[in-house]
Design a protein around this ligand. Structure first.
Ligand code: GDP
Ligand code: MG
Length: 460
């Protein structure tokens, strides 16, 4: 979608005069790109006429000062604003509060990704310092509890469920009560689905809802259902009045447009997008960054959110780290910790994709390759002594006997010891040290008063 809309804008740049004809051609292209992404026909028609009216009004009021370049910006902004309005119902979603048992209930048809999303959500809030857990109230599908057990165990999230109890309402109530007693802060209730929208399912949703009194009910929608999303969302809205939507499988060939229509139809905000099968494949959703990313403008906010998720878990530590960064006093141990933090953030290529203008090639090779390279780095660091870890790498260098600042060679004995301990080649140990040194030098540039991080923060 982004590519087509961008293409349409590029074409607009090539036309000599921006008149009604050029605007119509652009809007036609944008509209067909939206329709192809499964956005509802009526919404598209509406958007088209609104943009046209806005642009006309702006030009008539002389806002373009008769210049094509201004006209182009007006058109671009009008389209951007209208697209944002499409995914922004103007309603603030519920936010889990600290020191409160926030009950979140997930509903949706079978296979839409509820169970997967419940684990992702628990991990997401757990990382932000909220004690999180999962209650499996799906007694309809065989193996549902096993699935919860497996994914929750993998994510190190406490869970509750039963192999023998057949009443989902009773399980939900028991689980929520147990976790409330244990002072959990985010209690996620996973419910069952059916293949179709059946009255039994809706009845069950109502009953579970009455039993656990959720602070927020989330509708989990599969992006690949396209235009059918609207009808499905409306049907659920009547029985399980959800306050938020999560659209899953946005990574596949799915077209997100159906989901966009669903938002407009139910006036409910999207809070996250599921973008893969792994624990961290969950993107926070907010309208403006979503649209700018859609139009190929990068996602600074998403990047900052991601960075914050790793710092929130341990704010003290991070403050200390930032200070060290600023002073350029990063030890090998600090560097190693940063890398393990980055690894816990999820696939590197995804992080890179959030930074506008950053070439994807910066993270070379597949995610598996990058992460196995990082794991080797860790192993090498683990074979160092405590003193070496806390150093700036100088124990691996031999200095001139008279001039302590003048390096004359490498400390082969130390390098060999680390290489042997980690089962790596000396060359690899040297490479790791070289990378550490690059990072440590970069830290001085990045962390300082006019550094990259500070600039990023100013852009907020
Ligand atoms: P439920 O029946 O609603 O609980 O759905 P599940 O959580 O069991 O998910 C059904 C299938 O969809 C599983 O194979 C998941 O791995 C997959 N799935 C869930 N979310 C996503 C996503 O965001 N992207 C992709 N590619 N697959 C997903
Ligand atoms: Mg399930």
């Amino acid at each position: 979608l982004g590519r087509r809309i961008n293409g349409a804008f590029a074409q607009l740049s090539r036309v000599p005069v921006i008149d009604d004809k050029a605007l119509d051609a652009l809007l036609k292209e944008v509209a067909s790109a939206l329709l192809e992404s499964d956005v509802n026909v009526k919404l598209v028609a509406n958007l088209r006429s609104k943009v046209k009216a806005k642009v006309k009004a702006a030009i008539e009021s002389g806002a373009d000062k008769g210049k094509d370049i201004n006209r182009k910006n007006i058109i671009q902004k009008a389209i951007f604003d209208e697209l944002v309005l499409l995914v922004d119902p103007g309603v603030e979603p519920y936010k889990p509060k600290k020191n409160h048992p926030n009950v979140i209930m997930a509903v949706g048809l079978q296979g839409n990704g509820k169970t997967t999303t419940c684990t992702k959500l628990a991990v997401y809030w757990q990382k932000r310092g909220l004690k999180s857990c999962i209650v499996c109230a799906d007694t309809f599908r065989a193996g549902a509890f096993d699935q919860t057990r497996q994914s929750a165990t993998k994510a190190k999230i406490p869970y509750f469920g039963s192999y023998t109890e057949t009443d989902p309402v009773s399980i939900a109530a028991q689980g929520v009560m147990k976790f409330k007693k244990e002072k959990f802060e985010v209690i996620i209730v996973d419910t069952s689905g059916r293949h179709k929208q059946e009255s039994e399912l809706f009845q069950e949703m109502v009953q579970i809802g009455e039993a656990v009194k959720p602070d927020m009910t989330v509708l989990v929608l599969d992006a690949s259902i396209g235009q059918a999303a609207e009808a499905q969302a409306k049907a659920f809205k009547e029985s399980a009045d959800f306050g938020a939507i999560i659209v899953t499988k946005m990574d596949g060939h799915a077209k997100g447009g159906g989901a966009i229509s669903a938002v407009a139809a139910t006036k409910t905000p999207i809070i996250f997008l599921g973008v893969g099968e792994h624990l961290y494949d969950l993107d926070k959703f907010s309208p403006e960054p979503f649209i700018s990313k859609l139009l190929g403008m990068g996602d600074i906010q998403g990047f900052m959110d991601h960075m914050q998720s790793i710092t929130l878990a341990n704010p003290e530590k991070q403050k200390e780290m930032q200070k060290k960064l600023g002073e350029g006093k990063l030890s090998i141990r600090d560097w190693k910790e940063q890398i393990s933090n980055v690894m816990s953030m999820g696939p590197l290529s995804k992080i890179a994709s959030m930074i506008p203008g950053l070439p994807q090639g910066m993270v070379e090779g597949s995610d598996e390759e990058t992460s196995s390279r990082m794991k080797r780095m860790m192993i090498i660091c683990d074979s160092m002594t405590e003193t070496e870890l806390d150093s700036d790498g100088s124990p691996f260098i031999v200095y001139d006997a008279k001039d302590k600042n003048k390096p004359v060679g490498v400390n082969m004995k130390a390098l060999l010891r680390v290489a042997k301990g980690s089962g790596c080649h000396v060359r690899e140990v040297e490479e790791v040290l070289c990378q550490y040194r690059m990072m440590s030098n970069m830290a001085k540039t990045v962390g300082g008063k006019n550094g990259f991080m500070q600039n990023l923060q100013k852009m907020q």
